[in-house]
Design a protein around this ligand. Sequence first.
Ligand code: MLT
Ligand code: MN
Ligand code: ZN
Length: 297
Amino acid sequence: MAFRAHILGAAAGGGLPQWNCGCDNCNLARSGTIPPQTQSSLAVTADGTSWAILNASPDIRGQLADTPALHPTGLRDLPLRAVLVTNGDIDHVAGLLTLREMQPFRLFATAGIHEVLAENPIFNAVNATVVPRETIALDAPFELVPGLIATLFPVPGKVPLYLEGETVETDLIGDQTVGVRLQALDSTAYYIPGCALLTDDLRARLDGADTLFFDGTLWADDEMVRAGLGKKTGKRMGHMSMSGPDGSIAAFEGLSIRQKIYVHMNNTNPVLRPSSAEKAQAEAAGWIIGQDGMEVS
Ligand code: MLT
Ligand code: MN
Ligand code: ZN
């Protein structure tokens, strides 16, 4: 039993290119100059035959088609046994609607996230008698797929965009945004695609991990504002940036983690350009820039 992961989608919501975006990265991806990336999702296994998908992105149909390890092994036999969602964001749950063909798998989430799904009746298309919705308490380990023990823990974040009220708390700590600890034999991996702030608690939790997949949404907090693409900063979206004194590169300095991999990158992030100075800077600080199709063990 050895932990293996396959990055199904390395981009944040919208993907690269995003349908309505004419930023430099999106244009470069459209012209084939830089690799396109699909939306946020990670497939994991411990035994190599039963797989779980962490977050079901709107691109899941293509992601499954492009990943032989997840192809059907019989008429309706599938390596996919479980889906776990870490928040209610559209980029993490919309793919559930693609999985509505009465194919059994288990759907894991916290009570708060299941509540969001239950409030959206369109998800009844994923029939709960075939796809049981299993509620997982914070800090309670459970077997996600054979040999892979998962534990959910709170991560500072906000409610999904479509549930935002007039005022928004962007670093809520509860069960609406979680990280996942994955344990297979003696190796430990963490998956945290959205994180507003690396608290001391989180730092202590993550220290010593073998593998970390972490929120790489933006390079700079005001990147989208400066590009003329909108008014929102990373902080407003509940994402800490990579660079700067409050950034994740600085926040993880001094922690001992064998491999640190950025995922959930917004299409404006310069690290998505293979020859950018920012990518080189992140790599020099010990980070790997995740990519669609990347295999991690
Ligand atoms: C996010 O990660 O901030 C959300 O996915 C944004 C969105 O809902 O598009
Ligand atoms: Mn997202
Ligand atoms: Zn763009």
